[in-house]
Design a protein around this ligand. Structure first.
Ligand code: PHE
Length: 342
């Protein structure tokens, strides 16, 4: 046995190591060459067959070759492991540069936005919010507001009755009595926002449920001109500093005198258009000086204090603000409509 034979073998072994392209191939290479029953072990054992004077050199040579093969094997193992890891990482890679899937975020309903805006304007004028029940006594909704049972003024609202004495409130006005009774006998300055219910035929102009915001101001020095000032300021805050309003005499059982307030058409500015039916004006709300009977029912002495009250429809303002022509859209909950207001 000559060392050159071992060297020749080693050259082949290195070459076949280089062609190993997986950890499995590497393992069988190891089995063939470096394992106990491998070819290299056989060479090591053959040292006995070498002539005694060459044995030392042969042994050292074989050991050197074995060392090199082992080192090469180790290096190859590391290389293949690294490559496999890199491959796995690449396949499991999260591409952070991919555009994100759109995430739909909810938004506020246009009526909620309108309601908040209205409340904000009145808050700036010193009003606080007072909430009263949606399911309300007939007494609060009508009788204490100067509308006795069977009074023809009840026809102004086609009311949903829960029982003989309980109704779904057809307006926010019952809150007038509740607010005065709870917050009196001193001055009261509140708005009463909330949903109201009426048995209306549903059409482009009316729904069976709708938001109102009622305003109540009670005190010794309250005058009709306060009503005018508050409402003019309100209209100008919503529709711009040149917005004009107009008061027309009207009738509500719970106010005396009563008015209806119009705003100059926000679309044609009084020129006359389809929206204002060529009158140049749009009906905005009902209002008036609180009737002495109502003040009395609220716990006040009507000879000493006065009150003003007004009630406006929120959807009406939202229709004007967004130039929408059908109130039904607000409750159909079609996202294509609703998402335009966020
Ligand atoms: N409650 C009346 C309505 O619903 C509006 C109103 C409120 C009128 C306050 C005068 C005073 O039509």
């Amino acid at each position: 046995m000559e060392l050159s034979q071992v060297e020749q073998y080693a050259t082949g072994a290195h070459a076949s190591l280089a062609t190993c392209d997986s950890l499995e191939a590497l393992a069988s290479w190891h089995q063939q060459h470096l394992a106990k029953a491998g070819e290299l072990t056989a060479f090591k054992k053959s040292v006995g067959k070498v002539a005694p004077e060459e044995r030392k050199a042969f042994g050292m040579g074989v050991n050197q070759i074995a060392g090199k093969l082992e080192a090469a094997f180790k290096q190859k193992t590391t290389e293949l492991k690294d490559a496999e890891l890199a491959l796995r990482l690449a396949s499991e890679n999260i591409d952070v540069s991919l555009p994100a899937r759109p995430h739909r975020v909810g938004g506020y309903h246009p009526l909620t936005l309108m309601l908040r805006e209205i409340c904000g304007v009145f808050r700036d004028m010193g009003f606080t919010v007072y909430e009263s029940p949606h399911v309300e006594l007939d007494e609060m909704s009508f009788q204490l507001l100067n509308i006795p049972k069977h009074h023809p003024a009840r026809d102004m609202q086609d009311t949903f009755f829960v029982s003989e004495d309980v109704v779904m409130r057809p307006h926010t006005s019952p809150g007038q009595i509740r607010a005065m009774r709870e917050l009196g006998p001193g001055p009261v300055q509140v708005i009463l926002p909330g949903m109201c219910y009426r048995n209306e035929d549903i059409s482009a102009r009316s729904e069976i449920q709708f938001h109102q915001v009622e305003g109540v101001l009670v005190g010794e020095h309250v005058r009709f001109s306060d009503l005018k000032g508050i409402l003019l300021n309100f209209a100008r805050r919503l529709f711009g500093p040149d917005q004009a309003i107009k008061m027309r005499g009207s009738y509500f059982p719970f106010t005396e005198p009563s008015v209806e307030v119009d705003i100059k058409c926000t679309l044609c500015h009084g020129e006359g258009c389809r929206i204002c039916k060529h009158t140049g004006w749009l009906e905005l709300l009902g209002a008036g000086l609180m009737h002495p009977v109502v003040l009395k029912n609220g716990g006040y002495d009507p000879t000493k204090v006065r009150g003003i009250a007004f009630g406006l429809g929120v959807a009406r303002l939202a229709l004007l603000r967004h130039q929408i022509e059908d109130i039904r859209l607000f409750f159909q909950n079609d996202c294509r409509f609703l998402s335009q207001f966020q």
